[in-house]
Design a protein around this ligand. Structure first.
Ligand SMILES: Nc1nc(=O)c2c([nH]1)NC[C@@H]1CN(c3ccc(C(=O)N[C@@H](CCC(=O)O)C(=O)O)cc3)C=[N+]21
Length: 284
């Protein structure tokens, strides 16, 4: 058996085409959604991601607001940009690209953001709203994963899902989304402290591998017919992206998300969804 592809690139393109229509409707009401990005420093990876986000915006008609600060920027300088975007009516939603340079208190910056402009869905207020089942912008990568599964007809209701990882962007919020009544999955969260990862993986109907550990999930660890989402990003010695899932898993799984071309483009698409939804909320 060779797994079918959970095609994030194609699914993200379909979402962007839906959004183009919604953005046009907002513009008829006199509202142009705008995505802001705050990029601090000159990390080439971060520059590339941020550039990708603005390319996406251009495709769907969302305005781009780019703020760049040097690697030497102080806490106060970064916070001043955050305050400015909070006040800017043209900025519907924004992100502060992470990580911030050493010595900057990231959480203090993030907490200063207006939660209603939080395009990442990772502001403490919005994580709290998620716990409380209140409407909120949803974390982009976990929500992108759910959308990718739904659009390929992978059954989430009742599924045994193993999430590997406990990072703030994926591992922590993912089970919160999966265990809502609307999803009704059963979740096991594994991490570096898990005694026997393989025994958990073998029981899973869906595996979400977000540990950042190259080829952590091996073919002998998984049940035939499983759906596997490869969210990990490591770099090989040659600089190529290496995921958390061993390529041999594709011979056992029913569904697999390629990496690149899987969850990454979905993350970007959900960011745009959050910006458009924030603009729609403000339009009433
Ligand atoms: N505030 C904040 N929000 C983020 O969402 C955020 C962040 N900071 N910091 C860095 C990480 C990383 N991230 C990616 C998003 C899309 C791709 C993506 O689309 N990747 C392509 C490949 C790109 C390539 O070839 O390098 C793919 O998977 O097909 C990758 C990585 C968002 N992040």
């Amino acid at each position: 058996m060779t797994a079918q592809i959970l095609d994030g690139k194609a699914t993200a393109a379909a979402i962007k085409s839906d959004l183009t229509v919604r953005v046009a409707a907002l513009k008829e009401k006199g509202i142009t959604p705008g995505l802001g990005t705050v990029l601090v420093g000159d990390d080439p990876g971060s520059q590339k991601y941020v550039a990708g986000k603005h390319r996406d915006c251009a495709q769907v008609g969302i305005a781009s607001i780019q703020r760049e600060l040097p690697a030497t920027a102080t806490q106060e300088e970064i916070e001043a940009v955050v305050r400015e975007l909070n006040e800017d009516p043209a900025c519907t939603g924004y992100i502060v690209q992470l990580p911030l340079p050493r010595g900057i208190d990231e959480n203090r910056v993030l907490e200063l953001m207006d939660p209603d402009k939080d395009a990442d869905g990772l502001h403490p207020m919005n994580l709290g709203r998620l716990v409380l089942n209140e409407p909120a912008p949803l974390p982009c990568t976990p929500n992108g994963i759910l959308t990718l599964l739904r659009r390929h007809g992978v059954e989430i209701k009742g599924a045994e899902v193993v999430v590997v990882g406990r990072g703030v962007t994926i591992g922590r919020p993912m089970p919160l989304l999966l265990t809502r009544r609307s999803e009704n999955a059963t979740v096991t969260q594994c991490h570096t402290g898990t005694r026997d990862l393989s025994s958990h993986l073998k029981r899973a109907d869906i595996i979400i591998a977000a540990a950042g550990s190259a080829h952590l999930v091996r073919p002998e660890d998984v049940k035939p017919g499983v759906a596997v989402l490869d969210v990990g990003v490591s770099r090989s010695a040659e600089g190529k992206i290496v995921g958390d899932v061993h390529p041999g898993v594709a011979e056992v799984a029913a569904w697999i998300s390629p990496n690149p071309g899987g969850v990454g483009p979905m993350t970007r698409a959900q960011l745009l969804v959050n910006v458009v939804e924030a603009a729609e909320r403000s339009a009433g």
